[in-house]
Design a protein around this ligand. Structure first.
Ligand code: PGA
Length: 240
């Protein structure tokens, strides 16, 4: 595992944006695995900036997002489809038809999971997956548990995830209790992975990841089994 420790959030965002932007330049039709949340926002802002300056071209890029709340409508401003449009897709020349987010309105989550994994397979797997990390060590919405699921699936969010994510909602009661998430196997179709973390509240999860020990109670530790992972974290997340 490569580890890059940056001074702060801004440097973390630049380091990640540089890797994404180099990939797009080298492989214009690359498949990006994208994440939502506070962590990648700065990275998206830099990519938008580069595209506006004319140095980055998203016209052939394909994307698959990690997860989506369930149930939620795509035009709900808390949905991850809305987030992606708002933070990236609306501001770069990507073809939205080439962007994928799990369908938070599906009537059949099991079928939706299978459909989503087929999309990833038909794209030939993911070139570069971007991940954040939950305070509890989740990646996507793969929550700590006795067992982890390989494919895209419906998951019950843990109380602590609902609590942490309630900062984005008017009240905790409005946070959806379930989500559709790529499973560990779906994430592992990625040929390379970047996992980003900023701030002391991520220190515990990052320490577990970097310990090299693997436990389903900290799903990010599964990344120790992947051959090409870069951890980009700031000093707060690294040192605590
Ligand atoms: P955050 O979420 O980027 O909003 O901290 C990360 C995650 O829960 O995976």
């Amino acid at each position: 595992m490569n580890v890059i420790v940056t001074k702060d959030y801004a440097e973390m965002s630049s380091a990640a944006a540089k890797i994404v932007s180099e990939l797009i330049k080298n492989k214009p039709d690359c498949v990006l695995g994208l994440a939502t949340g506070s962590t990648p926002e700065g990275m998206y802002a830099q990519l938008v900036q580069e595209c506006k300056e004319g140095s980055l071209d998203f016209s052939a890029v394909r994307s698959v997002n990690l997860d989506e709340y369930y149930p939620i409508k795509p035009d709900n401003d808390q949905s991850y489809r809305y987030f992606m449009n708002d933070k990236l897709f609306n501001h770069v020349n990507i073809d939205k038809a080439n962007t994928n987010v799990p369908n938070g309105m599906t009537e059949n989550p099991e079928e939706e999971g299978a459909r989503y994994d087929k999309i990833i397979a038909n794209l030939g797997g993911i070139d570069l997956q971007i991940l954040g990390i939950g305070q509890n060590g989740h990646i996507g919405f793969n929550e700590p548990d006795e067992e982890l699921v390989s494919g895209t699936h419906l998951v019950d969010l843990t109380e602590d995830t609902i609590q942490v994510n309630s900062r984005f909602f008017a009240s905790i009661d409005e946070v959806p209790k379930q989500a559709l998430t790529m499973g560990i196997g779906s994430i592992f179709t990625a040929r390379s992975i970047i996992i980003m973390a900023s701030g002391k509240n991520k220190h515990d999860a990052i320490s577990k990841l970097l310990s090299g020990k693997i436990t389903t109670q900290c799903p990010a530790t599964m990344l120790n089994l992947h051959p090409d992972v870069t951890v980009i974290c700031d000093e707060g997340a690294y040192n605590g």
